[in-house]
Design a binder for this molecule. Structure first.
Ligand code: FES
Length: 169
């Protein structure tokens, strides 16, 4: 007879442990999935949001474009409004800049100060940027304004998530 023979008691222990573990996993998995599912879920609706801006109406002058979308933050969904300053460059390429100042996050506006025409101006601490979003040396911001990736669908402008400015060299 083999030395490794499993006793009846051991067999029962192994079987009960296996069945118990299987049942526990079956009960815990849905609970764990329910708890973390929204965090793992891919962002709904793709990365681009529709705006009401017709691309054919864009000019070389930056225009303020406000756009609304539903934002999912794990378990919470809310409607948010974001803004972009949008224009066409000399090659007709659409440029969409984030209005969030790179100093402390205030909102910049085009021609926001008559003393600094054709610049983006931040009223909080006098930050200034060129039309490309490039921060003007000697003013508080230390980086250029972020840009939105752009897409055109049915003649309307769609904007993605702001990313570091690639226009400014
Ligand atoms: S937050 Fe814009 S200059 Fe300070």
């Amino acid at each position: 007879m083999s030395k490794h023979r499993v006793s009846r008691r051991q067999f029962l222990n192994y079987t009960l442990t296996g069945v118990g573990g299987f049942m526990a996993a079956g009960m815990l998995m849905p609970m764990i999935r329910f708890a973390i599912d929204p965090v793992l879920e891919a962002e709904a609706g793709g990365d681009f949001h529709a705006t009401k801006e017709k691309v054919s109406e864009l000019t070389s002058e930056p225009t303020r474009v406000d756009f609304k979308f539903e934002q999912k933050d794990a378990w919470y969904t809310s409607d948010v409004t974001h803004t972009a300053w949008v224009y066409k460059d000399k090659d007709g390429k659409i440029v969409a800049l984030s209005p969030v100042c790179k100093h402390l996050g205030c909102t910049v506006s085009w021609n926001g100060n008559k003393d600094f025409p054709n610049q983006f101006y931040c009223p909080c601490h006098g930050g200034r940027y060129e039309k490309t979003g490039k921060n003007i040396p000697g003013t508080p911001p230390t980086a250029p304004l972020d840009t939105y990736p752009t897409k055109v669908k049915d003649g309307f402008l769609y904007l993605g998530k702001p990313e570091p400015n690639k226009i400014v060299k």
